[in-house]
Design a binder for this molecule. Structure first.
Ligand code: NAP
Length: 229
């Protein structure tokens, strides 16, 4: 049996997800990376890391796109899963202006969708593996100064649901559940003025995931520093 570690990264077409794909493949992991529509960046990563990157198609809001992954890869075959997909939500970011559709879209994409993916794919993880969700410091109630009302609530919801998976499903299999804050990162979402590059964030995030494995639930940033709920 191969001892190559295997990770599934959901939402890897660009930005942090693509950076994580490159980082883990560079560290010798086998990476299963998902896109919604064909991503040139992901194909480029697959070409640069021959046989280390496998591409699948997943939309976190559409369960029929990921339900087949369990039979494709088999139970207990993955060391880690990172559900990275996320959106900012409607640009006004205002609770008063929010329409029902806007609320549904951001909550499905950032909270319920990722957590449904995590629960559905949990059997793919080995006992003692790691299930990580890409959260944000903006999902910390303790840290909040308000604003970004849409995005913040979706990430608070994600953290709550992730802790629930830890308590209800992952604990008995010693699977560690993480809510990760990647830093403020130069991506389409973070913008060009963000404080760190994708490579800086992803090096740190990969270190955090590689060191995980003790079980429990942790909300941490890309340097491994704990973040208050
Ligand atoms: P990004 O450049 O906008 O990339 C977002 C990724 O999520 C893309 O791969 C996108 O795929 C995917 N995605 C969006 N909706 C999806 C869906 N329904 N199903 C599957 N994939 C979907 O953003 P990023 O900055 O890399 O952010 C990645 C994660 O980090 C997000 O969860 C974000 O909230 C979090 N985060 C980012 C920052 C930052 O400063 N950048 C800070 C804190 C937290 P498509 O290409 O198909 O749209």
């Amino acid at each position: 049996m191969s001892d190559t570690r295997k990770i599934l990264i959901i939402g890897a077409s660009r930005g942090i997800g693509l950076g994580l794909t490159r980082e883990f493949a560079g560290r010798g992991w086998h990476v299963v990376a998902s896109e919604r529509t064909p991503s040139d960046g992901l194909r480029d990563a697959a070409q640069s890391h021959e046989n280390a990157v496998e591409i699948v198609t997943v939309d976190v809001t559409k369960p029929d796109t990921y339900q087949g992954l369990s039979s494709k890869f088999g139970e207990g075959t993955l060391d880690a899963i990172i559900v990275n997909a996320g959106i900012t939500g409607a640009s006004h970011q205002s609770a008063e202006q929010a329409t029902d559709d806007e609320i549904a879209h951001v909550m499905q994409t950032n909270a319920y969708g990722p957590v449904r993916v995590g629960k559905a794919l949990l059997p793919l993880l080995k006992d003692g593996g790691t299930l990580a969700f890409m959260s944000s410091l903006m999902g910390s109630i303790a840290d909040s100064s308000g604003a970004y009302e849409f995005y913040r609530v979706s990430k608070v919801g994600l953290n709550m649901l992730a802790k629930g998976i830890s308590e209800q499903q992952a604990k008995e299999r010693k699977i560690e559940v993480l809510s990760l804050h990647p830093g403020w990162v130069q991506t389409d979402m973070g913008g060009p003025n963000a404080s760190i590059t994708v490579a800086e964030s992803c090096t740190g995030l990969a270190d955090v995931v590689e060191k995980a494995g003790g079980g429990g639930y942790h909300f941490v940033d890309y340097t491994g520093e704990a973040i208050a709920f």
